[in-house]
Design a protein around this ligand. Sequence first.
Ligand code: FE2
Length: 220
Amino acid sequence: MFRAQIVDNIISAEEIAAFKQFRNEHQSEAWIDGYVPNHPEFEPGQVIDHRILIKPEYEVHKIIDRVTRQFLPNVRHIWANYQRQTNPHSLHVDDYCKDYAEFPTYTIIMALDDIPEHSAVLYQEEARSCEHMHEMFMTWAMGGRDANPRKNTWSETEDIEHTMETFTKTYFGDWLTPDAVFRYQAGRGIFFKASQIHCSGNWKKYKKFNNKDLVQIHAH
Ligand SMILES: [Fe+2]
């Protein structure tokens, strides 16, 4: 089965500075990507993240291109954004994979700061879309949880409180196969399948960060 790859120093300090400068100069182009769901870990209605499209004509797209080709030498399509999270993402797949079901689609995330409390938690299981992942979740909640053994204890060691199934206080992720935990270190990147089930670590609980910044690429 496919496993995520984590690579340190995939971009330099100068390139990190260039991405941050890009954000400063293009803030007016940011759009809101989504709002938090109803869950005890969240205040409903808050923004999850803002994104700024990194268009091919922007200078920093050269960095995007190089990093992507390091993993996918024959890449045909690249889409990238600068993302500022204001709340962690719950379990999902990157729905970008849904529009390109005929090709395996990949995601690359690059960390811009040394903040180990900022993380991404990845499982090996894949879904065709967030809707499909929700069906898998329901199958688990309606009997799979009781009929199958728990596969890991990440709910005890990783910051995934915000993914708890609130009725039984159990975790869908604990019945999935662990792949990787990506901890943010400036210049570090992770390459995974967009269809892999994953979430952000619950960085918000540390109450010392306003945002989590990253560069995200979808490619196939
Ligand atoms: Fe994602």
